[in-house]
Design a protein around this ligand. Structure first.
Ligand code: FMN
Length: 206
């Protein structure tokens, strides 16, 4: 039975557009893969640490030569990477913050992109997380779809494609749920807004 890794980063709970659409995805995914396993990695509690010297020094040493401090720093990285390898499919639900990924999602990326673990390291830098698909739902106040003037300011989609591709996740589909400012300013409701994007989300389940 397939496994879905569901990574969520919005802190806004039920008010979050990326979470609401992600919930729709997961519900449809469960129907399609009855008995499938869903691993939820919720980054909104902000418990993922930033990388520091013990992590950076530790990744270059064999496991049995790491200090207790290095081992502790690598534990969470190992756990997140194990979730990634366990998944057949990955879902990322995220806001756009300041034209790119929120800090909690960047912290996750820094911990899972690791030489000789998720990519081969130099010289070839081959991605090792292969054979997976990834769907990404990005909610943003403005709209950044191709052809719009703001598209050039979307530093999130291209970045996520690039970094996921770097570790071997090349089959990536992105749904841009742009224009959520209309909900924030009260000119539409979450339900009306989400209804516009639901067909694309359900289609992404396949
Ligand atoms: C700190 C912060 C930065 C934001 N930066 C942007 C931005 O650069 N571009 C944009 O279109 N919307 C921006 N927004 C709006 C959010 O992307 C928007 O509210 C989105 O719906 C949040 O996702 P969520 O509904 O899943 O929480 C920002 C919101 C916050 C709180």
């Amino acid at each position: 039975m397939p496994t879905l890794l569901n990574i969520q980063s919005s802190p806004r709970g039920n008010n979050s557009i990326s979470r609401t659409l992600s919930d729709d995805f997961v519900t449809a995914w469960r129907v399609k893969h009855s008995g499938g396993r869903v691993i939820l990695r919720d980054l909104a509690d902000n418990t993922i640490p930033y990388v520091g010297v013990p992590w950076i020094a530790g990744i270059f040493l064999p496991a049995d030569e790491r200090s207790p401090e290095m081992r502790q720093a690598l534990d969470i990285s190992d756990e997140l990477i194990a979730e990634l390898f366990a998944a057949d499919e990955i879902l990322i639900g995220t806001p756009m913050y300041n034209f790119t990924v929120p800090a909690n999602l960047k912290a996750w990326i820094d911990l899972v992109v690791r030489p000789r673990t998720t990519h081969s390291g130099p010289p070839e830098r081959r991605g090792l997380v292969t054979g997976k698909t990834c769907k990404i739902i990005i909610a943003s106040g403005g709209a950044y779809d191709e052809g719009l003037p703001a598209a050039a300011s979307d530093y999130e989609s291209g970045y996520l494609r690039r970094i996921l591709g770097f570790i071997g996740v090349t089959d990536v589909e992105i749904i841009l749920a742009g224009g959520t400012a209309a909900v924030s300013f009260g000119s539409t409701t979450v339900e009306e807004f989400v209804a516009k994007y639901r067909p694309a989300v359900l289609a992404a389940v396949g």
